[in-house]
Design a protein around this ligand. Structure first.
Ligand SMILES: [Mg+2]
Length: 330
C-alpha cells in the first residue's frame, strides 16, 4: 500500500506484488511523468483496508547486496590533531553474556513463526557462530563485514527466505544492539581531561575505531559526555575499511583538516593502531597500557619504531602533548 503511482505502484508491479493498493494523498493524482501501471484499488484514506489486508498475500524480498563506501580525498596539510581509538582506549569493556542472551531471545522472537518456532538457544548459537566467522573474514579480507552480510549471509546462512528477509530488514538495528550490548563499558581514566586539553589547545579530535557499529560508538561516547569534544568519527563498519589500513586514518586527518606530521594517534593495539597511524604518516604514535595488549608487546612496538611512546593511562598523553607544544617554534 502506498500513495504514489510513479514510485509505489510502479515498484510494486515490478516486484510482482500480488495486490497493489493506493491511499490518496497530495502525491497521488499528479505523477511527475505518465504512468501505465495501475493499482488494484484506490481508497480515499487508510480506513476500511482491513479486509483488503486480510485477503492479501505477502512476498518476502530477496536480500539486497550491500555497497562498500568508496574512499577518496586530497591530502590536507594543516594543524595538529588527536586521533584516538575507542575500544580499550576511550573505554574498556567486560564481556556481558546476559546482554547477549537478551539479544538472542529477541532474535528468536523475530525469526519464529507458529510453523517454525526458534529457541533463544538456537539464536544464541547462530549469533556466536556468525561472530567467529565474521572475525575470520575481517582478518582475511582486511575489510568490514556489513550488517546485511553479517545477519543475512552469516547468521541467516541456513535459514528460510522469510527469515533472511527479516534479518535484512532489521540488520542495522540488530548491529547497533550488538555494538551496545556485547559488553559493559567503563570510561578510562583521564579521557575527559585529555580531550578537554585538546579543545583548549585548538587540536581537533577524531575517533578512529574498528567496530561493528559506529552508531553504538557514538552513543557510548555521548553517554560518557565526550561527544561535544569529538570532531569526527571514522568507524570501520561505516567506512568499509579497517585499521591497519592507512585509508581510515587518512580520512580522519582529512575530516579535521590535520597535518599527520604534527598529529597524534592514541591506540592500544600495535598491529592495528600504531601500524595504521605509521602508514598514514602520523608522527606521534602512542600506545596505552591497560587495553588489550600485554606490556611486553607495547614495549617491543616502541623498540622497533612502530610506536613512539607508551603511557599508563589516556590522561598521561596530556603531558606529552603539552611538552611537545612548548618545544614547537611559534
Ligand atoms: Mg582498541
Amino acid at each position: 500500500m502506498g500513495d504514489t503511482l510513479d514510485r509505489d505502484v510502479v515498484a510494486a508491479r515490478r516486484a510482482k506484488v500480488g495486490t497493489v493498493l493506493l491511499t490518496r494523498s497530495q502525491h497521488t493524482d499528479d505523477p511527475p511523468f505518465p504512468v501505465r501501471a495501475e493499482p488494484d484499488a484506490t481508497y480515499p484514506d487508510p480506513r476500511g483496508l482491513l479486509e483488503a489486508f486480510q485477503a492479501a498475500t505477502t512476498a518476502a524480498p530477496q536480500p539486497v547486496p550491500s555497497t562498500t563506501a568508496a574512499t577518496s580525498g586530497t591530502p590536507v596539510t594543516g594543524r595538529a590533531a588527536l586521533l584516538i581509538d575507542h575500544g580499550g582506549v576511550i573505554s574498556t569493556s567486560r564481556p556481558d553474556p546476559a546482554a547477549v542472551r537478551e539479544l538472542a531471545a529477541d532474535l528468536a522472537a523475530l525469526l519464529s513463526s507458529p510453523a517454525a518456532p526458534m529457541s533463544p538457544r538456537t539464536a544464541l548459537r547462530l549469533i556466536t557462530a556468525a561472530r567467529t566467522q565474521a572475525k575470520r573474514l575481517k582478518s582475511e579480507r582486511r575489510r568490514e563485514v556489513s550488517p546485511a552480510e553479517f545477519w543475512v549471509e552469516l547468521v541467516g546462512e541456513q535459514l528460510t527466505v522469510r527469515q533472511r528477509a527479516l534479518l535484512r530488514a532489521e540488520a542495522g538495528e540488530l548491529t547497533y544492539r550488538l555494538g551496545l550490548l556485547k559488553s559493559r563499558r567503563t570510561l578510562r581514566e583521564g579521557v575527559l581531561e585529555l580531550l578537554t586539553t585538546c579543545r583548549e589547545n585548538s587540536m581537533p579530535v577524531a575517533v578512529v575505531s574498528n567496530t561493528v557499529s559506529g552508531r553504538a560508538v557514538r552513543a557510548i561516547c555521548t553517554a560518557h559526555g565526550l561527544d561535544e569534544l569529538i570532531g569526527a568519527y571514522l568507524c570501520s563498519d561505516e567506512f568499509g575499511i579497517r585499521k591497519p589500513a592507512a585509508a581510515i586514518v587518512q580520512a580522519a586527518l582529512d575530516a579535521v583538516a590535520a597535518d599527520p606530521g604534527k598529529s597524534w594517534f592514541l591506540g592500544d593495539k600495535p598491529a592495528k593502531d600504531a601500524a595504521a597511524a605509521r602508514a598514514a604518516g602520523i608522527a606521534h604514535r602512542v600506545l596505552v597500557r591497560g587495553g588489550s595488549t600485554p606490556d611486553t608487546d607495547l614495549q617491543a612496538a616502541v623498540q622497533t619504531g612502530l610506536a613512539t611512546a607508551v603511557v599508563d593511562t589516556p590522561g598521561d598523553l596530556r603531558d606529552l602533548i603539552l611538552t611537545e607544544k612548548t618545544l614547537l617554534p611559534v
